[in-house]
Design a protein around this ligand. Sequence first.
Ligand code: SF4
Length: 431
Amino acid sequence: MSSSDCEQSVVSVDLEEPPGSSSTTLTLPLFSLSLDSPPDGPIHSLAPREVVAPRRPRVISRSRDFRRRYFPQATEGDWNDWRWQSRNRIRKLEQLDRMLILSDDEREALVKGESMLPVGITPYYMSLLDREDPMQPLRRTVVPVTGEFVRTPGEADDPLGEDGHSPTPGLVHRYPDRVLLLALDFCSTYCRYCTRSRVVGHGEIMPNEQRLEKAFEYIRQTPQIRDVLISGGDPLALAEDKLDWILGNLRKIPHLEFIRIGTKMPAVLPQRITPQFCRMLKKYSPIWMSVHFLHPDECTPEATIACNRLADSGVPLGSQTVLLKGVNDDVEVMKSLNHKLLMMRVRPYYIYQCDPISGSSHFRTSVSKGLEIIEGLRGHTTGYAVPTYVIDAPGGGGKIPLQPNYIVGRDGDDLLLRTYEGQVYRYPDPA
Ligand code: SF4
């Protein structure tokens, strides 16, 4: 399936909050959707000084058709319930065999089943996969292949050396002023290239209070920490009250300024972003969110609604995209992704060179490919659509930014600079 499959069987929507409630304008109607809806038009009337709602996203027939075919008992309400989606994740060969025409390689990988990372795909994300084409970008990211069993030189289970910087279980303190808090190791959908595949999905990092209390205590006792990134696994897989408890505890630490959450939910389970969830987040504002999108086909109407909800709740959104061979290692694909993200009010933030995790050689591109992509973006599109390309230094050195070289030389007191079109300009820069 490609983005062009997003043909519009348009829908109208039930409001989860009562119409006419005090919510100003942007309580966007979301996932309770009835089909065959009214045409485009303003969702709400606008009062003075209210923000104009983004273009109304449309929900497509794709997920409805998929649901009717593979989950005939499920109601539309079930489908739009993130807990139902989570409970009904596709995890077994027999299920995949029914929903996809598996290649020999995929089948062998699933039968072998020795991968470090379990298989798990939400019904929603499965509905985005191409039934026939094993090379479809989204399918490549969630269905295992035998390449996962091939270890090549330089690969490691923990390439970033996180385990060596862990003062308490599930807390990584690598930079002086910030920490990574692994809330749990569960994800609703497992990405085959996951940097944390050594722990993710293995049930070793549980969101139990005792472990988390130790992490809070470490942060409390370490006043130089001003920033915490809550990640996992996917922290948005936690129940609201648990996440509420974590955020509440962190917000009580006076020297902690900045809280970020890393999640792939808006891409793989956008139904998770409910109004109730957004209201809870808002209590702890400012909360920043790093969302994880890889390909323009993930920028669906459902994902758009989820991101709009977060943005309307005052959560700044930045996307982290891993550069993957055969998925997004192409200037036009990356440009299209970044344009769509901007329209979803997500700032493309990083392109990551794929970490050398064990069994990742089939996903990794050369570094020159990443530079070629940045070269193809910078100057050729809106600056906001040009993320920073980074390599997370193996062994734990942190992120190293890379970009094409635009300094072509020096002539006396002038620096010679190359534009994106290849013209050379001088800038006075006395030595
Ligand atoms: S969502 Fe993140 S943590 Fe989970 S499998 Fe994907 S990359 Fe790994």
